[in-house]
Design a protein around this ligand. Structure first.
Ligand code: 2M8
Length: 459
């Protein structure tokens, strides 16, 4: 039985064992020779941060696949260390995803691998994923895989530190909203407004996403026109970061991206220790990233973190879930931890021991909160998973447990959807989505006490 069929038949898997089966069936159905596709319909290629989250889940049930997932992604790493956000499967027909390889033209760029890839990156959550996968199955095969991956993970960090720190202040900047992973978040409205583009250019293209999902749930044509203009700007400079400062239209320091950048150094320090390498440089870099994040992206006036638009020098005013991500940093100072816990518990995000509604991707009290549109309101498991890790890291187990129950409840109610309505929990987007399945497995594996399991099933 396929994962979709399991959900359709029952209207939602009824118990923990059923949830595990659904998650494994979803991951198996999305497995494609050496990686897992996020979705067979919407995203049929390999995506970078999806693969990291998926590896975390696979480590519970198919550890060998978890390492293959990461290894296949890093085979597409560029000579400069960047890990591309999409690795295209050449076996798929032209038009299976838009924008496809013909738009990215990675083969024309210096240092690109002999594969078709995008030229952008995504939040570097891979070292954390590798560490968690190893911790889950610390056997000789895992150790060997970790040893092979370590230099590539170090090079990924090196790329961000050397090529993307445009201000020299210690943070990496993103050059496209797709690099944040939260594509159409209200956080990008202000910086995106400066990107010259007309929605009408989309008449020349066929969007693939709106053939598989409701257009009202997706980014708009104007968003897409701007996305394409930014890709063209970067691609036409050969994806070179040296010239970014002269004229690339979108340059932003993102709190989630940089929290992942710092968390990666913490994970690399642990990996280095296991491999007999020196963890010292990783710890030092982690400390520098956390210090820079607090200095540049923490806004004492709001008590949360915000992206900094390098074109204007200003912090973006939108209060999105991106601001909570620095909680994953173990060395975040107590002042910022306390402020983020207040922000998480506020009516904006509603994190609680007993959550009334799921964690939204945007401030639910904001006038531009849109409960159906992608990253402008809906609830996503990967972001909730990161926030939950942060709450555990900083000694807030009750809030972490509330968030965990809420996330498991979403899948119990609707299946492994890509995202969920932040009020009703109705499943939205792709119905058989990779990271939802994978992170569900991880959540189910932690705190498997009868009490939490009962609460899960009760929803
Ligand atoms: C979404 O992004 C892609 C572009 O990269 C798209 O909308 O076509 C985002 O949700 C992103 O975070 C995710 O990695 C990707 C694949 O799941 O889909």
């Amino acid at each position: 039985m396929t994962a979709d069929a399991a959900t359709a038949r029952t209207g939602g898997p009824a118990d923990v064992a059923g949830l595990r089966r659904l998650a494994v069936a979803t991951l198996d159905a999305n497995w494609e020779h050496d990686h897992t596709v996020p979705s067979r319909t919407l995203y049929p290629h390999q995506w970078s941060w999806d693969s990291a989250f998926i590896a975390v889940g696979l480590a519970h049930v198919r550890p060998e696949r978890a390492w293959r997932e990461l290894a296949s992604l890093f085979r597409a790493q560029w000579a400069d260390g960047r890990v591309p956000h999409i690795v295209f499967n050449r076996a798929l027909r032209v038009g299976a995803y838009f924008p496809g390889p013909e738009l990215w033209r990675s083969a024309t760029a210096e240092g690109a691998p002999a594969l078709d890839t995008s030229g952008l990156v995504q939040p570097p959550v891979h070292a954390l994923a590798a560490w968690l996968a190893y911790r889950r199955a610390p056997d000789p095969a895992g150790l060997a895989a970790l040893r092979r991956l370590y230099p590539a993970l170090v090079a990924q960090q090196g790329y961000l530190a050397d090529r993307r720190d445009l201000t020299g202040e210690g943070l990496a900047c993103i050059v496209h909203p797709w690099e944040s992973g939260l594509d159409n978040s209200p956080a990008w409205d202000e910086p995106m407004a400066a990107v010259a583009a007309e929605a009408t250019v989309m008449r020349a293209y066929r969007r693939h996403d709106t053939a598989h999902a409701d257009a009202a749930h997706r980014p708009t044509d104007l968003d897409y026109a701007r996305y394409l203009a930014m890709v063209a700007s970067y691609r036409d400079r050969g994806y070179s970061d040296q010239v970014l400062a002269d004229g690339h239209p979108f340059l932003v320091e993102c709190p989630l991206f940089n929290a992942a950048f710092g968390a990666a150094e913490h994970a690399l320090a642990r990996i280095a220790t296991v491999l007999g390498a020196d963890p010292g440089p990783h710890r030092a870099r982690a400390a520098r990233i956390t210090e820079a994040l607090v200095r540049r992206l923490y806004d004492p006036a709001t008590g949360t973190f915000a992206p900094r638009d390098l074109r204007t020098g200003r912090l973006v005013p939108a209060r999105t879930v991106l601001g909570l991500a620095p909680l994953i940093l173990p060395d975040l100072p107590a002042r910022q931890v306390d402020a983020l816990v207040v922000e998480a518990r506020s009516a904006r995000f509603g994190v609680a021991e007993r959550m009334e509604r799921p964690l939204p991707s945007h401030d639910r009290t904001a006038p531009d909160f849109e409960p159906l549109r992608y990253w402008r309101g809906p609830s996503w498991l990967n972001v909730g998973w990161l926030v939950r890790r942060g709450l555990l890291t900083h000694g807030r187990p009750e809030l972490a447990a509330g968030l965990r129950r809420s996330m498991i409840g979403l899948v119990a109610g609707a299946g492994c959807h890509e995202y969920f309505h932040p009020d009703t929990g109705v499943g939205l987007g792709s119905p058989a989505f990779g990271w939802t399945a994978a992170l569900l497995l991880d959540l189910l594996a932690e705190e498997p006490t009868p009490e939490t399991d009962r609460a899960t099933v009760a929803r």
